[in-house]
Design a protein around this ligand. Structure first.
Ligand code: IVH
Length: 670
C-alpha cells in the first residue's frame, strides 16, 4: 500500500520535473525559481536512493534538459545556406565582375538575374517525393532549426507539389517576410518587419505563428536531386510552375551599366512595394558558370547584394575612443550625441583607422554627417568644418597601445609600397588585456568553440570578475560561484558547464582557427590542418622553429608565416596553446573525401588554357586532391601550362615527380 503511494508520488514529481524542464529549455519561460527546481530534483534523487525499486521500475534517470537546444531540433543543410557579399557602388560591382572574369579566365560577357533583396529571414524547404518534409531556418548556415509546422502555416508554402517535373528531392530556399501593412498593425510589439517575421517563425506553438500573416517568396535551391536548370531565370520560372511564389520584379539584365540604371530606378520604386527591401541581388544567370565559380567560405562567387544608399543624419562628436581589436588593430570610434538614423538610435560611429581621421581631419567637438545602412556599422561621411570652433584641436592619435602601453606600428606593405592605414599594437599576445579579451571572445565564437551560453557579454563580465583571463580558464570555472552571481542560478550554471564540456571535442581546423592568430582565418586553418594532419605534428613543427615549412602549402604565403612566427615566438602564447591541447580533445583532420585524386598532390607552372589557377585548384580539391606550392618529394604531379618555368620542370624530374599537361590532368579527373 505504502509502496503504491510512494510510486504515485514519485511519478508525479518526475512528471513535474519534465514539465519544468520543458518550460525552461524549450519555451524559455520557467515558472519556478532555480532553487525550487533544485529542491524538486533532490526530492526525486532521495526517493530513488531510499526506494531502489523506483528506479528499476521506471528505468529513467532524471532528465536533464528537455533537449540539447533550448528550443528546436537541429537540421544539417545538405548545401550550406551562405550569405551574400555587399556592393555599395559601381566600383564594387566592377570589382565583383573582374574577379569573375579572372576566376573563369575569360572576358566573355554574361547576363545577370536581378532580384529584389527582401528584408526578411531565409528558410529552406526540403521536399521528398513532392511532399514537404522539413522546413528549416538558416541557423549558422550549416545547421538550422526544424520549424516545419510553423512554416506550414504560411499560405505561400505548398505542402504537396502537383507538377510532374518536380525533382524527387530538393531544398527550396526563399525569404519569409511580413508585408508593410500587416506590420503596421503589430508594430508596437516588434522593432521592424524583419524581427516580426523572425519572432513569429520561432514561436514554439504554430498557432502563434499563424496569428501573424507571413509570406514566402522562393529564389534559390540548395540540394537538387536532378540536373538543375540552365539558368537562374529558367529556375525561377520553374519555381512558379511548381506552385511557389516568385518575385514579380525579377529581371534579366546584360551588364553593369544596366544594373546601375535599374538600381537607381528601384531606389524610389522600393517605397511603393508591399514589403521592405534593402537592395537588389545580382546573380550570374548561367548555372553552368555558377557551378564553375562555386563559393568562398562565406558567400557565392557568382552573386552579390547591391545595397540601397543609407540614411544619414548630423550629430556632434563628443569623444574619440581607441578600441584595440583581437589582432591588435587600433580602431578609433566616435562617441556621438545620440541621433535617430532611419529608426535606429546611433551613439557610436567607426572612424576606421588613423589615416581616415587624418584624411578627413575629424576632431572632437566636430559636427559630422553619419551614415547608416542596414547591418553595416555607422560611419562618418563628412565633417561640417564651417561650424568648427577656432580653438578646436587636431586629433592626436596615440602612438602607444592604450591597453598595454606597448609600441604600435603601421606595417609596410612590400607589394603596394605603402604603409598600412591601420596602426597596431605589437604585443599580439594574452599580455595585452584588450587583445586577450578579444581573443577569448573569438575563441568561444560560433565558428570556433561555439560555446552555448558563453557569449561576448558573459566573457566581459567574467573578465571583470577575474574568472576568465585566458582561454584555458574557461575549462576551470567555479560553477557554484557562478550560480550565485546576479542573473545566474544553479540551472544556468549547470547548462554552461554542460556546453563547455561539449565544446571540448573539436576538430583540429577549428582549434587552429579558434586561436585567433592574425591572417589565420578558417580557410588558412583548413589548409594548415589538412597538410599537417594533427595537432602533434603541428606543435612539433612550431616548437622546432620550422614554421617556414608551411610555405610549401599552396595558399600559405609570407604574410601568414610572419604572423604565425610572431604569435608563437611569444612564450605565453605557446604555453596557452599547449595547455589547451591538454585540456581539449582535438580531432585529427581526416579527409572525409573519397574522390579520384585522394592522397595526390599537384603543382602548376605556366599559364593554363581557359581556366584560372584558382579554378584549377578548386577542381583538384573537389576531387579530393591537394595543391602544393613547392617541389619536393611529397609532390606527385607537376601540371605544365604555357610558358612554364624550366627550372621547376628540371627540379620535378630530379624528384621523380610526374610532369603532365593540362589535358592529362583533365583526363585523370574524368
Ligand atoms: S540568394 C547563396 N536571393 O539575402 C545565395 N538571397 O545575404 C544566397 N535574400 O540569407 C541567397 N532576397 O535571406 C538570395 N533573391 C534573393 C534574396 C536573398 C533576399 C537574403 C537571404 C540571404 C541573404 C544573403
Amino acid at each position: 500500500m505504502i509502496k503504491d503511494q510512494i510510486k504515485k508520488e514519485y511519478k508525479l514529481k518526475l512528471k513535474a520535473l519534465k514539465k519544468h524542464n520543458k518550460l525552461y529549455y524549450d519555451t524559455n519561460k520557467p515558472i519556478i525559481t532555480d532553487s525550487q527546481y533544485d529542491k524538486l530534483k533532490l526530492e526525486i534523487i532521495n526517493l530513488e536512493k531510499n526506494f531502489t525499486y523506483l528506479k528499476n521500475e521506471n528505468s529513467t534517470n532524471i532528465p536533464v534538459g528537455y533537449k540539447a537546444s533550448k528550443s528546436f531540433e537541429k537540421f544539417k543543410h545538405k548545401v550550406p545556406m551562405l550569405s551574400l557579399s555587399n556592393a555599395f557602388d559601381k566600383d564594387d560591382l566592377i570589382n565583383f565582375e573582374k574577379k569573375i572574369f579572372n576566376y573563369l579566365d575569360t572576358k566573355k560577357k554574361f547576363d545577370y538575374s536581378v532580384e529584389p533583396k527582401i528584408d526578411g529571414i531565409s528558410a529552406s524547404l526540403t521536399y521528398i517525393n513532392k511532399k514537404l518534409e522539413y522546413g528549416v531556418s538558416r541557423g549558422d548556415g550549416n545547421i538550422g532549426e526544424i520549424i516545419t509546422e510553423n512554416l506550414k502555416t504560411i499560405d505561400d508554402i505548398p505542402h504537396l507539389i502537383k507538377n510532374d517535373e518536380f525533382p524527387n528531392e530538393i531544398e527550396i530556399r526563399g525569404e519569409v517576410f511580413i508585408k508593410k501593412k500587416d506590420f503596421f498593425k503589430i508594430k508596437d510589439n516588434f522593432a521592424n518587419p524583419r524581427n516580426a517575421a523572425s519572432g513569429s517563425l520561432r514561436q514554439k506553438d504554430p498557432e502563434q505563428t499563424k496569428k501573424i500573416p507571413l509570406n514566402f517568396i522562393a529564389y534559390a535551391h540548395g540540394f537538387i536531386g536532378t540536373k538543375s536548370q540552365n539558368s537562374q531565370s529558367e529556375f525561377l520560372k520553374d519555381l512558379k510552375r511548381w506552385g511557389f511564389k516568385t518575385n514579380t520584379e525579377n529581371k534579366v539584365l546584360p551588364n553593369i551599366e544596366e544594373l546601375i540604371k535599374f538600381h537607381k530606378k528601384f531606389e524610389n520604386k522600393r517605397f511603393n512595394l508591399e514589403y521592405d527591401i534593402d537592395g537588389l541581388v545580382y546573380k550570374v544567370n548561367d548555372m553552368n558558370l555558377q557551378s564553375r565559380l562555386g563559393f568562398t567560405s562565406n558567400s557565392p562567387r557568382w552573386a552579390i547584394a547591391h545595397k540601397f544608399s543609407a540614411d544619414s543624419a548630423k550629430t556632434k562628436i563628443l569623444n574619440i575612443e581607441i578600441q584595440v581589436g583581437r589582432t591588435g588593430a587600433l580602431t578609433p570610434v566616435a562617441k556621438v550625441e545620440p541621433v535617430n538614423i532611419g529608426g535606429v538610435v546611433v551613439s557610436n560611429a567607426t572612424l576606421h583607422n588613423e589615416d581616415e581621421i587624418k584624411r578627413k581631419d575629424i576632431r572632437i567637438g566636430d559636427i559630422v554627417k553619419i551614415e547608416r545602412a542596414g547591418d553595416v556599422i555607422p560611419h562618418v561621411i563628412e565633417v561640417d568644418k564651417t561650424s568648427r570652433k577656432i580653438k578646436s584641436k587636431v586629433f592626436d592619435f596615440p602612438k602607444k597601445c592604450p591597453s598595454c602601453g606597448s609600441n604600435t606600428i603601421k606595417e609596410y606593405n612590400k607589394l603596394t609600397k605603402k604603409y598600412d592605414a591601420v596602426r597596431r599594437c605589437t604585443n599580439d599576445s594574452y599580455e595585452c588585456e584588450k587583445i586577450a579579451i578579444e581573443k577569448i571572445k573569438h575563441f568561444i565564437s560560433k565558428e570556433a568553440l561555439n560555446i552555448d551560453g558563453l557569449g561576448k557579454k558573459v566573457v566581459e563580465k567574467f573578465w571583470e570578475l577575474n574568472l576568465i583571463k585566458k582561454p584555458q580558464d574557461i575549462f576551470n570555472l567555479n560553477y557554484p560561484e557562478i550560480a550565485n552571481l546576479d542573473g545566474w542560478g544553479k540551472l544556468s550554471a549547470r547548462n554552461l558547464e554542460n556546453s563547455i564540456l561539449n565544446s571540448k571535442k573539436i576538430t583540429f581546423k577549428r582549434f587552429l582557427y579558434s586561436l585567433g592568430i592574425r591572417h589565420i582565418g578558417i580557410e588558412n586553418a583548413k589548409l594548415i590542418s589538412v597538410n599537417t594532419k594533427n595537432i602533434s605534428n603541428f606543435l612539433k613543427i612550431v616548437s622546432k622553429n620550422q614554421i617556414d615549412k608551411f610555405l610549401n602549402i599552396d595558399g600559405i604565403g609570407e604574410t601568414q608565416i610572419k604572423s604565425l612566427n610572431n604569435f608563437f615566438s611569444n612564450k605565453k602564447n605557446l604555453e596557452t596553446v599547449i595547455e589547451l591541447t591538454n585540456i581539449l580533445n582535438i580531432q585529427s583532420e581526416i579527409s572525409e573525401k573519397n574522390g579520384i585524386l585522394k592522397n595526390k598532390t599537384f603543382m602548376f607552372t605556366g599559364k593554363l588554357d581557359g581556366i584560372s589557377r584558382a579554378e584549377a585548384k578548386s577542381l583538384i580539391e573537389k576531387n579530393s586532391g591537394t595543391t602544393l606550392s613547392n617541389i619536393s618529394k611529397n609532390l606527385d604531379y607537376l601540371v605544365v601550362g604555357e610558358k612554364p618555368t624550366k627550372k621547376k620542370i628540371d627540379q620535378a624530374k630530379n624528384f621523380s615527380v610526374k610532369v603532365i599537361t593540362q589535358k592529362e590532368l583533365i583526363k585523370l579527373i574524368n
